[in-house]
Design a protein around this ligand. Structure first.
Ligand code: MG
Length: 344
């Protein structure tokens, strides 16, 4: 096996702001693993919020790729994960890059798309469409962006909130996009009392659910909101891996998994099954990510209730092509083998 990696800088289509700050460019670390004439691709989209940067990923990858080379079997992903976890307990984005590259490689070696390796079928009615995210900006710019996305056919918009004008933003977007499904994400910005009040008001605009209303460090606050909110609550920053599911299960309705929090597809499957066993709905989200990672996550779609896989759609240009997205729907059936990510 011949693994390598490279950091790529990706420019965003428009600056992306959430309650915690603004991003204009982002660094992803692309991993390539060659074996028996095929090459698997994956990528890390490290998040400072979870203690990772391109530099921490670059520092750890040589050791993780040494594990891959020493196991020397792209189908032995469980063993590779266990050994990666011995090398580093955390660093999930670095592990996700390796994991997605291994799934892509395994699919190419077996000439099957990843969803088939997972035992899934790819009829589009079994796959939820992705939302398109509208980042924070002044209300007029957010409304314009929402209208453009609705006009482009995206059936679901995810609106970032966490300001003193949250309700005005949703009111303005609802006025220009009356037919889209609207979700909102406060990225931990609200107090529990404020969150309950805002959830009650947001229910008037037909919002589908509210993501991460309060800080992850305030689990009793999350329970307070969940018990009183008329809208379903999704946990993102409060739910990183399958291990977090039992603790959030009685204080949210939806677990939002991300490959960059779980450490790849292999542990994401554990989160999905843990979520189901605890009666939660499951969503898959993403960071600002190249298609080398997004295409991997898309193969989980048949197992999901909701998807927010617009990471590559928010980029000005992506060094990887991915799976065609039409009106939010990934065309999984078009994937010949592997994840469907192709270097441009
Ligand atoms: Mg979120």
């Amino acid at each position: 096996m011949n693994p390598s990696f490279e950091t790529v800088e990706l420019a965003l289509d428009v600056p992306f702001t959430i309650a915690r700050g603004t991003t204009t460019t982002t660094e992803n670390v692309v991993v390539e693993i060659e074996h028996e004439g095929e090459t698997g691709y994956g990528a890390a989209a490290p998040s400072r919020h979870y203690g990772e940067t391109a530099a921490t990923v670059e520092a750890l990858l040589p050791e993780l790729l040494e594990v891959v080379a020493s196991v020397s079997d792209p189908h032995a992903r469980r063993e590779i994960h266990d050994r990666m976890d011995e090398v580093a307990r955390e660093n999930p984005a670095a592990k996700a890059a390796v994991d997605v590259a291994l799934w892509d490689l395994a699919g190419k070696l077996l000439d099957q798309p990843v969803y088939r390796l997972l035992g899934l079928s790819a009829d589009s009615d079994g796959c939820p469409p992705t939302s398109f995210t509208v980042g924070l900006d002044d209300t007029r710019a957010m409304t314009r962006r929402a209208r453009q996305a609705a006009d482009a056919g995206y059936p679901i918009l995810k609106v970032k909130l966490g300001t003193d004008r949250d309700l005005r933003i949703v009111e303005a977007i609802r006025a220009v996009a009356p037919d889209v499904t609207l979700r909102v994400d406060a990225n931990e910005a609200w107090t529990p009392t404020e969150a309950v009040r805002k959830c009650e008001a947001l229910a008037e605009y037909g919002v589908e659910f509210v993501e991460q209303p309060v800080p992850a460090e305030n689990p009793s606050g999350l329970r307070h909101v969940h018990e009183r909110s008329p809208l379903p609550i999704a946990a993102d920053e409060s739910c990183l891996t399958a291990d977090d599911v039992p603790a959030v299960a009685d204080r949210c309705d939806v677990a939002n998994l991300k490959l960059m929090k779980t450490g790849g597809l292999t542990p994401a499957l554990e989160l999905i099954h843990a979520g189901r066993a605890h009666g939660l709905e499951v969503m898959c989200g993403c960071m600002i990510e190249t298609n080398a990672a997004i295409a991997g996550a898309a193969h989980l779609l048949p197992l999901l209730d909701y998807a927010d896989l617009d990471g590559s759609l928010l980029l000005e240009s992506d060094s990887f092509g991915g799976i065609e997205v039409t009106e939010g729907q990934f065309d999984l059936q078009s994937v010949q083998h592997g994840t469907g990510a192709t270097p441009r």
